[in-house]
Design a protein around this ligand. Sequence first.
Ligand SMILES: [Zn+2]
Length: 438
Amino acid sequence: MKPKSADILILNGTILTMDITDTILKDGGLAIVQDRIAAIGPAAEFSGWRAARVIDAGGGIIMPGLINTHTHAAMTCFRGLADDLQLMSWLNDHIFPAEAKLDAQKVYSGTLLACAEMIMSGTTCFCDMYLFEDAVAHAADDAGMRAVVGEVLYDFDSPNYGPIAQGFEYTRKLIDTWQKHPRVNIAVEPHSAYLCAPELLQEASDLAQDFKLPLVIHLAESKSEVSQIKARFDRTPVEHLTELGVLAPNVVACHCVELAENDIALLKRYDVKVAHNAESNMKLASGVAPIPRLLREGICVGLGTDGCASNNNLDLFLEMDTVAKLHKAKTLDPTVMDAQTVLKMATLKGAQVLGLESTVGSLEPGKKADLIIVDTARPHLTPMYNPVSHMVYAARGSDVTTVIIDGTIVLKDGQLRTMNLDSVINDVNKIAQEIMAK
Ligand SMILES: [Zn+2]
């Protein structure tokens, strides 16, 4: 048999494919040609292969990169700036004044730091909502990450684009600039039902439908959001979006903490995708989203960290651990949110939330090579009876040693290859000094 050749061949690891049948290959091999997975199987099948580069996984875990379905990456600039406050005081007295000082350069630096943190903790793709998103797209591109980015749209003037008409203009320009990029995707992102008038929500929905893009929105995040919308429109936020014709399979609804029975039925009927942000909901005391119930209804749910000011990290390994435990405590049922379900939400389901499931989210021939290697030769990962259990309950982001995105090695032996980490840290420390100085 003629030897086959690959650009990268990965051997000596346990492969968690996260494919539809949850295949696990104990001593597996995986070949990458250009940006895609060319073959995957028992290591013995690769004995005749030639490769430009062979990576020894050191007996660790090889799995799909994690997918962060909701964040505000540049909020790394505000990490630890204000904690333990009521939501309105946190926003009005601390976050909004700090955000008023942002510009495209600062957002670029903050996002680059977020990308460093995400890559170094095994995240290969993130969905972002913020200001100056063209700078976010550039930072993600420079970091070598996959991203879905969209400019936040709301009724009041934005420090970036000014009045809302220009917000739509800015979004159209983003679509125009990035639509052919292999890793950067654009979304339309109205902030929420409480900060966006009905006309804004409908125009955003039309734009997303026209270009077949995700529509990302905060939805039913807190009791106060629900009471505000009820007072103004006499219906829940989910019913409000339904009435406006916004709900559809391309909608990524972030949070979904406060849901009535009818809301759940509507999310299911319109095949809305949900981004679950457990740690942010805990820190801001918003509550616990009824995720086990949504999963029983067959609603697609992915995981998100939300912004760094309400978490305060972007490590999806820590998020998985929290998600698996939080719902057990809430429902007093240790069988809900098992490790396999949680790991799936952080990978293949996350991809489905963002409309990227045919490209990423599992390790299968033909899919893009977005994967990570986790070093398991560590005290807290010894022994290993069940690799899925370890990835959810015992591993940390810092156990990730190698990250490949779109076939390119972006982290090797724990070292970032797409940026100078020291200078990225320096830049954000300078921004923090400016913020402190007022
Ligand atoms: Zn958010």
